[in-house]
Design a binder for this molecule. Structure first.
Ligand SMILES: [Zn+2]
Length: 432
């Protein structure tokens, strides 16, 4: 009961806070919250203790590898990495996700990089998270209990906590057979479906051929980049606008508004911008609500495209045109001694204009001048689709003055079960 009261408390607080109408109000709020956070939380972290009186922009940048390396010193709840990892892996193995350590929920995340990460959340942090999701994402009603179908790589305490009189959560473990998932979903007839875009696309296709017959009133997309062509198909088939959520181990970072603009949750975190080109940036996140595991100047691996005009919804929180993908979704080429970046979105859009005659495809840059492409399509149109994709890719590259790149077709299956659905990826290492 205490947990639910906490959720209500945070819900009311967020509702009051939504009155922000200009940047100055937001920045003032962020500064106040950051100073309070620094004063109360930093002394509890061995790693951050000495930065107590250091201005935020002078605290060193954090990234995933460093974060995992200093896991024990960073967290404020005296949890050791080995211990937490053991529990999280066990949970993954047994599919029993009631894993807690000293009253702290422990979860394993792989993120898009596939490298192991750990997250910690106290009851209070969980209540705050739930309140935020209820307020910003889910279209709930006090009059009708909504059935939510939630597709996850792993169940976790964090999500199980949203079980109440207004929402009934049903978890679908995406490692199970997809036909089984579709059959169960069809029986459930959910009001809300939350899943990664590649799975939503699969569900839309199942609905189209008659294997699925559901009429959700809200569709939530998270965990992967939502591409325009997927969005179009999903929204057309189900007849609802997708709510896009930007959520990862590092926190609940943003959600799209009624006008389709993604707004960053600036009332939870400070977002510094590390520009990679004009209007494109990597966010550096300082979350002033994560107390068990401080997230301070944490450099994400996503590239965001900023919105340059105010959003018609009236929100003053930072608007994002789109999430372009992770930094290793950026392809890198050398030409005349210069490094040229090609953003995945550029390729995806160009290909979308050239052909729509495939179910999935992937492009991997394996060396500086070699791209490997796999396409799933009807056997009869394979050759022509391959040709169209190759031409589209080469046109984009030549437009940037990049020559001597070879495009090779491979037979690998594009969508691997449980794996993130990524269309464009660079597999060789290079610092951006
Ligand atoms: Zn908006």
């Amino acid at each position: 009961m205490f947990f639910k009261l906490q959720i209500i408390y945070f819900l009311v607080r967020i509702k009051l806070r939504d009155l922000f109408r200009n940047r100055a109000q937001i920045e003032h709020f962020q500064q106040r919250r950051w100073h309070r956070f620094a004063r109360t939380i930093l002394p509890k972290s061995t790693f951050y203790r000495s930065y107590l009186n250091v201005p935020l922009d002078q605290i060193p940048l954090m990234h995933k590898a460093l974060f995992m390396e200093h896991f024990d010193e960073i967290n404020t709840v005296a949890i050791r990495k080995e211990e937490a990892m053991k529990i999280a892996l066990q949970a993954e193995e047994t599919r029993d996700f009631a894993s807690e350590l000293n009253g702290i929920t422990v979860g394993l995340s792989t993120g898009t990089s596939g490298k192991r990460g750990l997250f910690l959340a106290s009851t209070k942090e969980r209540a705050q998270w739930v309140a935020m999701v209820l307020h910003r994402v889910v279209k709930w009603s006090i009059f009708k209990r909504q059935k939510v179908a939630f597709f996850l790589r792993a169940n976790s305490n964090l999500y199980s906590s949203v079980q109440s009189s207004v929402l009934a959560f049903h978890f679908f473990d995406i490692f199970r057979k997809t036909e089984e998932l579709v059959a169960e979903l069809d029986l459930l007839k959910p009001d809300i479906v939350a899943a990664q875009p590649s799975l939503l696309r699969y569900l839309a296709e199942a609905q189209q051929i008659g294997n699925l017959s559901i009429r959700p009133q809200q569709i939530i997309s998270f965990a992967e980049v939502l591409h325009d062509d997927d969005r179009t198909v999903i929204e057309r088939v189900f007849g609802v606008k997708i709510t896009e959520v930007y959520q990862c181990t590092e926190g609940f970072l943003g959600v799209s508004c009624a006008y389709g603009t993604m707004h960053l949750n600036e009332d939870v975190a400070i977002f510094e911008k590390k520009y990679v080109s004009k209007h494109r940036f990597i966010p550096v996140v300082t979350d002033f609500t994560r107390t068990s595991q401080p997230i301070i100047r944490y450099e994400m691996t996503d590239v965001l495209v900023e919105r340059t005009t105010p959003c018609p919804c009236g929100s003053a929180m930072m608007g994002i045109e789109r999430i372009e993908g992770r930094t290793d979704d950026v392809l890198l080429f050398e030409q005349d001694g210069k490094t040229i970046s090609i953003f995945s979105d550029t390729l995806v859009r160009k290909i979308a204009r050239a052909t729509d005659d495939f179910s999935h495809y992937s492009i991997r840059q394996v060396t500086e001048n070699r791209l490997e492409v796999a396409v799933e399509t009807e056997p009869k149109s394979k050759a022509i689709v391959g040709q169209l994709i190759e031409t589209a890719i080469l046109e984009v590259l030549e437009g940037q003055g990049i020559k001597n790149t070879v495009v090779v077709f491979t037979e690998e299956k594009v969508s691997e079960k449980g794996a993130k659905h990524r269309r464009v990826v660079r597999t060789f290492k290079k610092i951006l």
